[in-house]
Write a protein that binds this ligand. Structure first.
Ligand code: ZN
Length: 713
């Protein structure tokens, strides 16, 4: 029933191409009838769609796949290709075996359940919007939306790099298969139930260009892509195609009463069905386009020239197509159903002019599918307490975070059902203690995966605690990136997989010291904690002549002290990292506490780790009491709130806009024997210390670390 001379020629072309493709991808490919665009055309359209989509940047920014679309991914089969190649192969393979193509039709003016190919009352397949979401496609493998979602979940939540790569390869190939169906919806016969079992001029012409006129073909592909408006993704209300990507094929906005025009809220099949004709449906079977949309005929080449032919442009109802239909000879018209009287035919000029519009839409809508697939649908925000995680420092920087707290909400319309939520932290390991040498991070990526927990998400933020006890996040890590994955029902989709992510900053070793053992006068530091050299200034007897005091440095002495300190922080110090709005340190809100921190005899510091998400933040601390020594009598400050504004710890590998791989990091510096990435200190007087700070860097004694206690995770 399907054999014909034309098909035999097609088969020859395909097998020749197969040799080339087989060499490239190591697959053996059979081909057959009823393909829309030829598989090789699908491959090229998909390659271009990959290029115009945002996937390259997204993979670099969200998943640290630093080669982007060129990331090499080995599938479970052992086959290795780049991500872009997997998509292109998927677009190619959707026609293999060829009878899959029986499911590549969609007539938008019919109910979806009967919108598939119909040959003399028999439906040999289902509509492409159903096929795209069929959970088990059997022959040729399942490469549908539910499968892609499932494998995306595997990619997002696996801690094994090889498993992740294989899952993403499957995702990419499935996206190619699904894109193929969108591309077919820009082929007029596939949207007008024109089975074109013998010959379809449009598809053959495009293929002819691809094989024999590569420049012309490239020009079609290079046309400005027309993608879908992101508002196209409305609920379908159809349980057999519950995912909103069905809208890329049929938005259910074109009903046949008015021409659909050429907006980007239209499904591809509506745009094509109502805007273009196929060989066997020239102004037949469907309300639009209609002959009324044609303009005055013209000759091309000019009248009187050999080969002159009359063409009609389409000048109303959407795209303006210069050679829309031609006037055929009687002999030509016999090829076209129902055209012996009216006289319209299609030829290479009309196919090419239609393709100038249809191919860019195939490219753009395929790119829209890619972008929609990878679109984050969850949003992560800092918790009420501001820090996501906190951990004590342990010697050698061997500690870890075992819990993270943050808020999650759904950003796409509608709430989820009751599903499961998992948090994943991607990081690079420190090969040495990164506080001392932050350059030495692993090339390899590591993944800490939290315990799964039940969740229902909507547009309001929910604060959740994620348990990483079984798979803790080392404090000695870099290039942290947080992803949260929801698996369960969402809208009409029962097996949805949604994700959101946040580039949190690296584990930040917060060092808080008390260095009031020194005070400065001019550019010179004085060790005021040494009471044998600088005994406390006696305010009861400040006489510069009768009782000259070492803290009175003016010359001649004036009876007032120039040196102050040390200051001891007593009665428990609470420390908090927060936004500029707080919460600030208190006994009720803190990240770390220490019983006391003194500067006499030597300076002390505490160190704790936080994970937070802002480039600058507030570090506040509140001692119960500061005792200002170096006076008689001592001075006191009760419950003072002290604060600094540190910048975040940065240590990450990025590909910049120019494509250059960069390792961005904060270098430590050494202060009084302490190597620190983030030093915050209590001083006696900020302007005085600033003036002599460079002269204090190597002073003795060194800062000594004291143990404190982190707040409960
Ligand atoms: Zn197809």
């Amino acid at each position: 029933m399907l054999a014909s001379c034309a098909m035999l020629r097609t088969s020859e072309l395909i097998s020749r191409r197969c040799l080339i493709v087989a060499a490239a991808i190591g697959l053996s490919i059979a081909a057959g009838p009823m393909l829309a665009y030829e598989p090789g055309t699908h491959l090229r359209i998909e390659q271009r769609a990959v290029d115009v989509s945002t996937v390259d940047r997204l993979l670099k920014d969200h998943f640290s796949l630093l080669s982007g679309k060129n990331q090499f991914l080995r599938a479970d089969s052992g086959q290795g290709l780049t991500l872009g190649q997997w998509m292109a192969v998927g677009a190619y393979m959707e026609d293999v075996p060829s009878f899959r193509a029986l499911n590549h039709f969609h007539t938008p003016l019919l109910p979806w359940s009967s919108a598939g190919l119909n040959v003399a009352g028999v439906s040999p397949g289902v509509s492409s919007v159903y096929w795209q979401q069929t959970a088990d496609q059997s022959f040729g493998g399942t490469w549908s939306w539910p499968f892609a979602r499932r494998r995306f979940n595997d990619f997002l939540t696996s801690s094994n790099q090889a498993d992740r790569d294989a899952a993403l390869a499957d995702v990419a190939r499935a996206i190619g298969h699904m894109s193929h169906l969108i591309q077919d919806a820009t082929s007029p016969p596939h949207t007008r139930n024109d089975a074109h079992l013998v010959y379809d001029g449009y598809e053959k012409t495009i293929e002819e260009f691809r094989v024999n006129e590569s420049l012309r073909f490239s020009q079609l592909l290079a046309g400005a892509p027309v993608g879908a408006n992101s508002a196209i993704f409305t609920p379908t209300g159809d349980a057999r195609a519950p995912a909103t990507i069905a809208r890329l094929i049929d938005s259910d906005t074109y009903a046949g009463a008015q021409p659909p025009l050429n907006g980007t809220l239209l499904g591809a099949s509506e745009y094509t069905n109502g805007g273009y004709v196929s060989d066997d449906t020239i102004f037949l079977d469907f309300p639009f386009p209609s002959p009324a949309s044609l303009g005055p005929a013209f000759f091309d080449p000019p009248q009187g020239t050999p080969g002159a032919r009359r063409y009609f442009p389409k000048i109303f109802d959407g795209d303006h197509v210069s050679h829309f239909v031609a006037e055929g000879t009687l002999w030509e018209r016999l090829r076209f159903r129902g055209q012996t009287l009216e006289g319209y035919i299609l030829d290479a000029r009309t196919y090419e002019d239609a393709a100038r519009f249809l191919v860019p839409r195939a490219v753009g809508y395929s790119a829209s599918l890619i972008d929609r697939f990878f679109q984050p649908e969850l949003e992560i925000a800092a918790p009420a307490r501001y820090v996501y995680g906190r951990a004590p420092f342990t010697d050698g920087n061997t500690g870890s975070f075992t819990k993270l707290v943050f808020k999650v909400r759904k950003t796409t319309p509608g709430a989820t059902g009751a599903g499961m939520l998992t948090a994943v932290v991607r990081y690079r390991k420190g090969l040495v203690n990164l506080i001392e040498d932050p350059v030495q991070i692993s090339n390899q990526l590591f993944y800490a995966v939290s315990a799964e927990q039940p969740a229902t998400l909507d547009s309001n933020f929910t604060e959740l605690t994620f348990d990483f006890a079984a798979n803790p996040i080392p404090t000695n890590s870099a290039d942290l990136y947080l992803t949260v994955v929801y698996r369960g029902s969402s809208g009409a989709e029962q097996t949805a997989v949604l994700y959101g992510d946040k580039d949190v900053f690296e584990p930040d070793p917060v060092d808080v010291g008390n260095i009031t053992d020194y005070d400065c006068f001019g550019a010179n530091p004085f060790h005021v904690a040494d009471f044998s050299i600088f005994p406390p200034f006696d305010f009861n007897n400040p006489d510069p002549v009768l009782n000259p005091q070492p803290r009175d440095l003016s010359n001649p002495k004036d009876g007032f002290p120039e040196l102050f300190g040390p200051d001891d922080e007593l009665n428990t110090i609470f420390m908090k990292v927060s936004s500029f709005q707080g919460p600030f340190a208190s006994a009720a809100a803190f990240d770390y506490q220490v019983t006391q921190r003194v500067a006499q005899p030597g300076p002390q510091y505490v160190r704790f780790f936080v994970i937070q998400d802002q480039p600058f933040y507030v570090l506040s601390w509140r001692p119960g009491l500061i005792q200002h020594r170096g006076f008689l009598p001592n001075g006191f400050s009760f419950n003072p709130l002290l604060a600094t504004v540190p910048s975040a710890n940065v240590n990450r590998v990025v590909v910049d806009a120019g494509g250059t791989l960069r390792h961005e990091l904060v270098f430590p510096f050494v202060y009084r024997g302490l190597t620190s990435l983030n030093l915050n200190v209590l001083v006696t007087d900020i302007p005085r210390i600033n003036a002599c700070f460079p002269n204090t860097i190597e002073l003795q004694p060194a800062l000594s670390r004291i143990e404190g206690q982190p707040a409960q995770p």
